[in-house]
Design a protein around this ligand. Structure first.
Ligand code: AMP
Ligand code: ZN
Ligand code: FE
Ligand code: FE
Length: 296
């Protein structure tokens, strides 16, 4: 029987999955760094959806607070109609291929959100402008369902974002549309070419998809250069954590953990799952850019 190890101790760990106002989180990168430092974490990663727009603020806060920050992104992808999130760390943000890939996804997200809102607006009192008012950093922010959810809350239709996700914003809602996305294979190749480290986020989350990625699908990506699996995440069941750990052990992959913190947008607590220092050191060895900390 495979034994499931505990998530590393909070005080020694890094939270490698955090969202800010540059996507659908509610705090700035500077607030994220201050909170991470005050909560006793060893370090934190910024991983907004499909963008590096928050990296400069996060690096500046790392420097000012003398607190280490990994720079990353949660990339939207598709694998034979399974919606997949891939975490990418420490890659070259100027890589033209990855810049173009994000540009395509961000445009697709905007278009998809507008179509969803137009359909919802037939039946509920919200407009596109109401959604735009929830977007904190203008064009720099990656727009998603959470901004639609926040507009529905502002209109008094729900009392918080999570309620909106249980209703009109759910992936089972009649208004739901998927975001046209690059394939997981394209993402693994793009992150690798940009000198980064790729990790599949919450691969055992049964709420996201009717079917999960199979062992076979994950192994295909490992063959293409996938570096790790996010095992420690609240939406991976115990059984799924065991499966993912077994795959990671077999293929010598990195095992990571993170909270998927969204500030006030989600109940997830900063630092509720973490990654150990040794794994972070491996990410730093592999990555194309230096650690953002007190020095830089
Ligand atoms: P989208 O990427 O536009 O399909 O929106 C899905 C995203 O909403 C996921 O990344 C979730 O993490 C995020 N999200 C933010 N707040 C919530 C919430 N309260 N409930 C569910 N999902 C949320
Ligand atoms: Zn999110
Ligand atoms: Fe995700
Ligand atoms: Fe996330």
């Amino acid at each position: 029987m495979f034994h499931v190890a505990e998530s590393p101790e909070l005080s020694t760990g890094w939270d490698l999955h955090c969202h800010t106002v540059y996507s659908d989180g509610t705090c700035t990168p500077a607030q994220m760094v201050t909170l991470a430092k005050n909560s006793g974490l060893a370090g934190v990663a910024i991983t907004d959806h499909d963008t590096t727009a928050g990296w400069a603020d996060a690096a500046e806060a790392a420097h000012r607070n003398n607190f280490p920050v990994l720079r990353g992104t949660e990339i939207t992808a598709d694998d034979s109609n399974v919606s997949v999130h891939m975490l990418a760390y420490q890659y070259d943000p100027a890589d033209s291929n990855i810049v173009a890939l994000f540009e395509r996804t961000r445009q697709a997200r905007l278009k998809r959100a507008k179509v969803m809102v137009a359909a919802i607006a037939q039946d509920y009192p919200i407009t596109w402008d109401d959604v735009m008012r929830q977007v904190k950093e203008g064009e720099k922010t990656t727009v998603g369902r959470p901004h639609i959810a926040d507009a529905l809350v502002a209109a008094g239709i729900y009392s918080n974002r999570s309620q909106a996700f249980a209703g009109l914003c759910s992936s089972r809602s009649p208004y739901y549309l998927p975001t046209p996305s690059p394939t997981t294979h394209e993402v693994v190749a793009a992150v690798r070419a940009a000198g980064g480290v790729s990790v599949i986020a919450h691969a055992g989350d049964k709420k996201r998809n009717r079917t999960l990625l199979s062992d076979r699908q994950i192994e295909m990506l490992i063959g293409e250069g996938l570096n790790g699996l996010e095992v420690w995440h609240r939406d991976n069941s115990e059984e799924q954590r065991e499966r993912l750990l077994r795959i990671a052990q077999q293929h010598h992959l990195l095992v990571t953990g993170g909270s998927d913190w969204h500030g006030a947008g989600k109940p997830n607590k900063l630092g509720e799952h973490t990654t150990d220092q040794q794994t972070v050191d491996q990410i730093l060895d592999m990555g194309a850019i230096t650690l953002a900390d007190g020095q830089q």
